[in-house]
Design a binder for this molecule. Structure first.
Ligand SMILES: [Zn+2]
Length: 139
């Protein structure tokens, strides 16, 4: 999945997306206008690590905390597209399962796809080892 990179402090950006929530509102998330522009300012240590703050210049909504995962599009004020980075799917893994007869099978998860080295998977594209791993990881 590609996500936007946090823009540096002082940069003027135009962000499209949701949700945005002003830190002065205690009630949680608010769906505010889906396009917001402002200057990137220093984050508060209590902010989520994948967020940044915008000084919007709006009196009723002076600071917006923008979540990177909530951004649909982001451009700089000169019209240049803000860069994205590829985020490795953290859920991908390889897991070795020992079968009932002591044989070892390797279950691999890649994105939403599971595969196994056993014969059963070769025939059916599914097997009990995958189910076992799914149960273990809650996938
Ligand atoms: Zn298997």
């Amino acid at each position: 999945m590609k996500t936007f990179i946090k823009p540096e402090i002082g940069r003027r950006v135009i962000v499209t997306g949701k949700p945005f929530y002003p830190p002065n509102v205690k009630t949680g998330f608010h769906n505010l206008p889906t396009i917001i522009s402002g200057t990137v300012i220093k984050s508060d240590p209590r902010d989520d690590v994948d967020s940044f703050r915008l000084a919007t210049g709006l009196s009723h909504f002076p600071i917006s905390v923008v979540k990177l995962t909530g951004i649909l599009d982001m451009t700089y004020d000169d019209g240049e597209q803000a860069p994205k980075e590829e985020k490795a799917a953290v859920s991908d893994f390889v897991h070795t399962i020992t079968g009932s007869k002591g044989d070892e099978y390797v279950v691999t998860k890649s994105g939403d796809n599971f595969s196994c080295t056993c014969k059963g998977f070769g025939f059916n594209r599914k097997c009990k080892h995958i189910n076992q791993v799914r149960e273990m990881v809650g996938a």
